[in-house]
Design a protein around this ligand. Structure first.
Ligand code: TRP
Ligand code: SF4
Length: 329
């Protein structure tokens, strides 16, 4: 039996941070390496336009820096298919056809839509494209007849809408599309250096590409247990973001030692952070080596994407052949 296909995408927001690495991206790599799935991962650049339509100049550079991050952390074009949404025009055609059968009410009640519109007040998101965001996402997913969609909880409403749209298509025309399952990613709660959610827009992110003095400086500026003012105060690792990182990066014995020593004030935060910075640098060393390689070989990135686009196009053309026949258009 052919391995089940899974598909996921990311908007090209530029370089990725450690929150991304230990969330969605790490999960993509694990799914790829499990050998159980036929993995398709793509850059959702048309989706980026839904909110960035008035400032598009960074999108292209963001695509390549994001793909470099993907490859550096271990996505392997020998094991998965990497492509760019806007290169596969069939997505636009399927999006159009799906838009005909998607009731407006389904889109208007989408919680992600309501939240984002309320949050991003600086942008005018009262557009047709923004409302239709999940319809484009549905097209992305069902185009490849994906069985599973690895996403974080924030994307669950979109996968749910995809399922409804796919069912409606199957009901109206022909049973073409399998109904995709969300594959939820368990995400450790990594905060930014200032203790808020790690996010590019808060300027509190530690990037996958950070190293040397930049990395050291960011880690030394991290918020710790707020009750621990002086080095002689005992600390509580359970509420310390530095400790969350220690858990991810340091050896279990070191973590245990830090846990005990923090609670009895035998270790200070400065030393704890030095240990962490050294460890992150060590773990990311092979990632940074691959990154340097790809930065020096941009042609290789272009080839990888061209190859992935070709594979995706083949499937998309086949699906659209079936879709046009079913819709009789
Ligand atoms: N909406 C997703 C996000 O913002 C990106 C995305 C677009 C996607 N199309 C997709 C994710 C298809 C999974 C499947 O993260
Ligand atoms: Fe956090 Fe480490 Fe300081 Fe304890 S010693 S509060 S774990 S930074």
């Amino acid at each position: 039996m052919a391995p089940k296909r899974i598909l996921s995408g990311m908007r090209p927001t530029g370089k990725l941070h450690l929150g991304n690495l230990h969330g969605a991206l790490g999960n993509w790599v694990d799914l790829q390496n499990s050998g159980k799935y036929d993995c398709f991962y793509f850059v959702a650049d048309w989706h980026a336009l839904t909110s960035e339509y008035s400032s598009t100049k960074e999108i292209r550079d963001n695509i390549s820096s994001m793909v470099i991050d993907w490859l550096s952390v271990g996505l392997d074009p020998q094991k998965c298919t990497l492509f760019v949404q806007s290169a596969i025009k069939e997505h636009a055609e399927l999006f159009l056809l799906l838009s005909m059968i998607t009731p407006l009410a389904w889109l208007e009640r989408n919680p992600t839509y309501k939240e984002m519109k309320a949050e991003l007040v600086s942008k005018d998101l009262s557009t047709f494209g923004f409302l239709g965001y999940p319809v484009l996402q549905a097209a992305d997913i069902i185009m490849y007849k994906a069985y599973g969609v690895p996403v974080g909880v924030d994307q669950l409403p979109h996968v749910e809408l995809t399922r409804e749209i796919a069912r409606r298509f199957n009901f109206l025309y022909a049973e073409i599309f399998p109904i995709p399952e969300p594959l939820l990613t368990g995400v450790p709660k990594l905060l930014g250096t200032d203790g808020r959610k790690m996010s590019k827009s808060y300027d509190n992110s530690i990037y996958i590409s950070d190293r040397g003095s930049v990395l050291l400086q960011k880690i030394s500026s991290m918020f710790t247990d707020p009750q621990r003012v002086k080095k002689s105060d005992p600390g509580n690792p359970e509420i310390c973001n530095v400790f969350t990182f220690q858990n991810l990066y340091s050896e279990p014995e070191t973590v245990k030692e830090i846990d005990a020593n923090c609670r009895c004030a035998a270790i200070g935060c400065t030393d704890c952070k030095k240990i962490l910075a050294r460890r992150i640098a060590e773990v990311l060393k092979p990632v940074h080596e691959r990154m340097d390689y790809y930065l020096k070989n941009p042609d290789e990135i272009r080839e990888i994407i061209a190859e992935g686009n070709k594979k995706a196009t083949k499937i998309a053309r086949q699906t659209m052949g079936e879709v046009r026949a079913a819709v009789k258009i």
